[in-house]
Design a protein around this ligand. Sequence first.
Ligand SMILES: *[C@@H]1O[C@H](CO)[C@@H](O)[C@H](O)[C@H]1NC(C)=O
Ligand SMILES: *[C@@H]1O[C@H](CO)[C@@H](O)[C@H](O)[C@H]1NC(C)=O
Ligand SMILES: *[C@@H]1O[C@H](CO)[C@@H](O)[C@H](O)[C@H]1NC(C)=O
Ligand SMILES: *[C@@H]1O[C@H](CO)[C@@H](O)[C@H](O)[C@H]1NC(C)=O
Ligand SMILES: *[C@@H]1O[C@H](CO)[C@@H](O)[C@H](O)[C@H]1NC(C)=O
Ligand SMILES: *[C@@H]1O[C@H](CO)[C@@H](O)[C@H](O)[C@H]1NC(C)=O
Length: 376
Amino acid sequence: MLVSLLALVSWISVVTVVPAHGAGTKPVIVQNNDPLVHFHGRWDPAPETWWGSTGFKLHVQGLSSLTLKLGNHTTSPWVQLGVSINYGSFNTVNVSTGTNEIPLSLPSGETNDNEASSTSIVRINVPGWQDNRLELEEIVLNAGAKLLPYTPSKINFQFIGDSLSAGQYLPQIVDQAWPFLIGENFKAEHLINAQPGIALSDILAYGNVHGMSYEYFVTEDTQYYYTDYHNFTTPWNFARDQPPATHVVIHIGANDSGNNVTADAFTQTYLEFLSRLRTIYHTQPFLIFTPWGWPQSDGTVSYYYQGRYEEIVNTRHALGDHDTFLVNTTGWVTYEDVFPDNMHPTIAGHVKIAGLFQQWLENWGLHPESEWATPV
Ligand SMILES: *[C@@H]1O[C@H](CO)[C@@H](O)[C@H](O)[C@H]1NC(C)=O
Ligand SMILES: *[C@@H]1O[C@H](CO)[C@@H](O)[C@H](O)[C@H]1NC(C)=O
Ligand SMILES: *[C@@H]1O[C@H](CO)[C@@H](O)[C@H](O)[C@H]1NC(C)=O
Ligand SMILES: *[C@@H]1O[C@H](CO)[C@@H](O)[C@H](O)[C@H]1NC(C)=O
Ligand SMILES: *[C@@H]1O[C@H](CO)[C@@H](O)[C@H](O)[C@H]1NC(C)=O
Ligand SMILES: *[C@@H]1O[C@H](CO)[C@@H](O)[C@H](O)[C@H]1NC(C)=O
């Protein structure tokens, strides 16, 4: 009796002392609207993801386990995620409706001493341009874990493009594409709205019922049209892009060209698109890519709308907008950099493009941050 009473007393002291050190005994439930979760990209109110690269970032103290509870709108039978721990490379994790434990393997060479005081950064996104729906119900962390604020980078790139920016044909899709690599290289935040087959003109192109000049301004990517329970679009509230984009990078036109949109019509549409973007991004630089073209096996490259991108940038300048810049990508991509059967950049091709664009940005005056804004 005395023994069990002592046991009870010491048990009581354990349960009262442990919470005083901030380590509870129950798993920590993080709601899907918790302001400490750094959401990025296009989430609808459910919340469900649209557009490859959409996701969230967590800064957690004392993290040892992470579980995602996902709703039944999550792409079936699974949705591919990219997961990075402590700014390590993104690894593929497939998840499904229900409860999913996310492996917290660290970048090689790093150890997790599991000290309650150590903090971790977890970055999760949906890299696919289709089959990319994650319906987030809640995030469950181990007992004692504590969500801390995530401070975003001062640089937040907004990329707008088609298959050449979406990472089509790559195993990790947009997570291996040049826009994503630029974000990583600059220790920056990034937003990517890129859809294979999409034209800038608001026309039907390769399964896209709208062009980017429409789609960019709505929450949903093209897949809404193929989603029976959500077959509609809603205006995107750009105030939800936090922090606001600092640089807008556009590489588009291949699928206008492929659908016989005339050069004059394309130029006109592009100028209207930029005018509309200026109502959102008052002073941010617009970086306009010329096409790197379609490299051929004989060493030639076929270009489209030649001279038109220069004309678009010059017209912006004539309108008094000197924050619009031409990124001349002529010669950036050769036949060695693409898959021969579809002329899209390979994994190495995307690394090369990111390197050349980084060089361009550095010459222009933008340099990578030396540290991530939220250190671990
Ligand atoms: C999906 O989840 C919702 C909300 O929990 C529920 O009302 C609905 O019945 C579920 N549908 C299916 C097919 O399981
Ligand atoms: C994800 O699922 C696909 C299709 O089944 C599979 O090929 C791939 O290996 C899976 N990836 C991981 C990391 O489990
Ligand atoms: C248009 O988009 C499709 C799908 O991404 C792509 O395969 C094709 O190469 C593009 N066509 C042209 C002419 O750019
Ligand atoms: C979405 O609506 C359009 C008509 O507006 C229809 O043609 C299409 O089949 C619908 N998609 C689905 C998946 O129901
Ligand atoms: C574009 O024009 C070419 C040449 O006239 C024609 O062969 C092709 O079918 C057209 N493509 C589209 C999508 O209209
Ligand atoms: C783009 O670069 C190519 C190759 O260096 C060059 O021939 C062309 O004149 C450049 N175009 C512009 C508008 O600067």
